[in-house]
Design a protein around this ligand. Structure first.
Ligand code: PA5
Length: 473
């Protein structure tokens, strides 16, 4: 089962010797991460998770997934950011392209639908209509237990569930994934006696896909979570080598930083697999929240080829030269379709007769890499053998570790996200959340005081006089 991710430098414009200049720095970062991995305050729980995961919890997840499969046509996953994207990334990558649209008999496992990742009323109303009368379970996921988007969605759909099944049955259909001790969601779960799964204290949202956060929805969709964890475990062992020469994960982290220093401050994760759409979304969140701070960081974005070659492709080829691409190349297609002879050949495609679509896709990729490189867009190519649970588990660990190391090379803390709070503070103030309104009033008062004291006339000594601002002599 041992499969590898291959990193190719060929189209990257970077030479091995330039990567090796970072060998000492990377070895130090490796030491630091591994030394602190058991420290509960360091958010490094994901580092040893594939080997050390809570086996009992995983058994409980499998049991819950079986129950949901047996009594529900739909699993509604409520969460946002790291509490949502990982599950969706894996489910969409490893199930049929049209999984949610398949007839029930063909799909065999529940439809997985998502809510609580936006605040759009039409989305929620459409979802309520889509669910209709069908049997439903809910997995609400929030580490803090207080995030507004999932909290509102949970309030709405919990009520829907209680109205549909009555309190007792609804209780059995709600699965809560949250912190072990704190947060409003934890409190609700305790009061209502919901089945609860724990997000370990030392694992942040975007590093949590291999905990219950991702595993319960993933298992419910019929995906083998043992294989996913096995692939991640293989990666954990493989990237334990602090020697940069033999560690492709660390090399990828270094290559990003080398390109960044060459003013290539936008990285596009490219895939030729439509199923990887949400994997790209997961990757974007992982790197953006980890690295985008202190006015630094590569802006992570994604492109899906060949469709985006007919939109973003123009910019990539000839726009501002501050881009590089990381191509996720899946070597083996899971199925293929052969192009057949057409007598008339009016579409002039007979030169492709006998070729598989996967062959055409591969040639499109080769042609694009060459073209973009010619257009001064370096391409890092990451190849995986095929899109299965084992390889995906490997890839998840690869990117998590690369992200942590890359952030450290950049000189930021890859495990916090202070910037996310700013919009929340404003939103809460505008919505009239009491403590935010009070805090804002205090802030305004202080501002006012400052303005007033600045306007105070100065005395002979040049210091401000107290309370004399309106006395004109
Ligand atoms: O990666 C992160 O930490 C964030 O994206 C969180 O996952 C996201 O904000 C949701 O937070 P919570 O799980 O507390 O609801």
């Amino acid at each position: 089962m041992v499969q590898n991710i291959k990193l190719s430098l060929k189209y990257s414009t970077i030479e091995e010797k330039d990567i090796m200049k970072y060998a000492d720095e990377v070895a130090e970062i490796h030491e630091e991460l591994h030394k602190k991995s058991d420290d509960p305050n360091e958010f490094l729980g994901w580092l040893n998770l594939p080997k050390d995961y809570d086996k009992k919890e995983v058994e409980k997840i499998k049991k819950a997934a079986k129950k949901i499969q047996s009594d529900s046509e739909i699993l509604l996953v409520i969460g946002i950011g790291g509490s949502y994207l990982g599950a969706r990334a894996v489910i969409e990558a490893l199930t049929n392209n049209f999984y949610n649209y398949l007839p029930k008999e063909q799909r065999k496992t529940p439809q997985i639908l998502y809510v609580g990742n936006n605040l759009n009323p039409e989305y929620v109303n459409d979802l309520i209509n889509l669910i209709g009368n069908r049997d439903l379970s809910i997995n609400v996921i929030s580490k803090s237990g207080t995030t507004t988007e999932p909290a509102i969605a949970f309030r709405i759909f919990r009520e829907l569930l209680e109205n549909k099944y009555g309190l007792k049955e609804a209780q059995k259909r709600i699965y809560v994934t949250t912190d072990s001790k704190k947060g409003a969601l934890k409190q609700i779960a305790e009061t209502e006696n919901y089945t609860t799964f724990v997000i370990p204290d030392n694992i942040g949202g975007r590093y949590s896909v291999l905990t219950a956060v991702g595993l319960l929805p993933i298992a419910t969709a019929g995906i083998n979570i043992d294989e996913l964890l096995e692939g991640a475990k293989f990666a954990q062992g493989k990237y334990l080598d602090r020697n940069l020469k033999y560690n492709d994960c660390y090399k990828y982290a270094v290559m990003r930083n080398i390109l960044y220093k060459q003013y290539k401050n936008i990285e596009i994760l490219v895939s030729y697999e439509p199923k990887l759409h949400y994997f790209i979304e997961w990757w974007k969140q992982l790197f953006a929240e980890s690295e985008g701070k202190e006015e630094k960081g590569i802006y992570p974005t994604g492109a899906e080829f060949t469709t985006d070659l007919h939109s973003l492709g123009q910019y990539i080829q000839e726009g501002r030269r501050n881009l590089f691409e990381t191509v996720l190349y899946v070597q083996e297609a899971m199925s293929d379709i052969t192009i057949r002879q057409d007598e008339d050949n009016l579409d002039e495609l007979n030169y492709l007769v006998g070729k598989g679509l996967s062959y055409v896709n591969k040639k499109a990729m080769q042609g694009t890499i060459e073209a973009h490189l010619e257009g001064e867009v370096p391409n890092i190519v990451l190849s995986i053998e095929k899109l299965d649970a084992y390889n995906l588990g490997h890839l998840i660990y690869f990117f998590e570790l690369a992200c942590a190391v890359s952030g450290k090379i950049l000189g930021v803390n890859p495990f916090n996200q202070p910037g996310v709070e700013k919009y929340k503070t404003n939103m809460f103030r505008l919505l009239g959340k009491p403590e935010y309104v009070e805090a804002n009033n205090k802030k305004e008062d202080k501002k006012q005081e400052k303005k007033v004291s600045k306007r105070q006339p100065k005395n002979k000594e040049g210091t401000k006089t107290k309370n004399k601002k309106y006395i004109i002599k």
